[in-house]
Write a new protein. Structure first.
Length: 235
């Protein structure tokens, strides 16, 4: 019998309880830093030092974070017999991996660096600067391997293929405001998938979901995973 195909999309809300800030609440990161200055190619071209400083701070913050119960529950679900789970994340932290799961990072990873000259990628050091040379070509064109606003997310063809095959789609801790990720639920529904939203509150695309679980991810996700695999929800 084929494993049940489940696709989970995670956003900043799943990492908030691990101490990593979300973007769109009243205390979110973008209320402290101008979006156009630190998360666009144009902002990087204007002031690469400022952008590197921002991501150096984010990298340090992420390095000290630990996966919470929601990350750990998804890792258990991915290992469960009879389950074929793909986690697609909008997050650039490594908390899914720290919990023991694998994830598709559509917006890149804080732990990786990218050369704008030759497109080489490598593990990022803790601190990056505009003067840092690419280890492959030597050009001082190093930037974080992050998909900025106005750029095309990674792995889109593979994600779309997966959405067309999934039987259950869940969105966890994501605002439903940023495309293309906000449209994933519509693609999954088009191909007949069941859909569930797990969030602190219903989002602007709530009508696209068959079910809604409202509350902190660290509580809602373990309970949801337990219902899928018959696990003791108290684990």
């Amino acid at each position: 019998m084929a494993a049940r195909r489940i696709t989970v999309l995670t956003g900043a809300g799943i990492s908030a309880e691990s101490g990593l800030g979300t973007f769109r609440d009243k205390d979110g990161l973008w209320t402290k830093y101008p979006l156009e200055e630190v998360a666009t190619p144009e902002g990087f071209a204007r002031d690469p030092a400022r952008v590197h400083a921002f991501y150096n701070a984010r990298r340090a913050n992420a390095a000290g974070a630990q996966p919470n119960a929601a990350h750990l529950a998804l890792a258990r679900l991915q290992r469960a017999e009879g389950i074929d789970l793909v986690i697609v994340t909008q997050n650039v932290d490594g908390l899914h991996e720290a919990a023991g799961a694998t994830a598709v990072h559509m917006h890149g990873e804080l732990s990786r660096a990218y050369c704008g000259a030759c497109e080489h990628r490598w593990d990022a050091p803790a601190v990056m600067s505009p003067e840092m040379p690419c280890p492959a070509c030597g050009a001082p064109a190093t930037r974080p391997d992050i998909v900025w606003f106005g750029e095309i997310p990674y792995h889109m063809d593979a994600i779309h293929q997966r959405l067309s095959q999934t039987e259950l789609f869940a969105a966890i801790g994501t605002s439903g405001q940023v495309y293309p990720a906000a449209g994933f639920v519509q693609i999954a529904r088009q191909y007949g998938a069941e859909t569930v939203e797990i969030n602190l509150e219903q989002t602007d695309v709530a009508w696209d979901f068959d079910d809604h679980l409202v509350g902190p991810a660290s509580q809602m996700v373990p309970a949801w995973v337990a219902s899928l695999i018959g696990e003791d929800p108290g684990r």
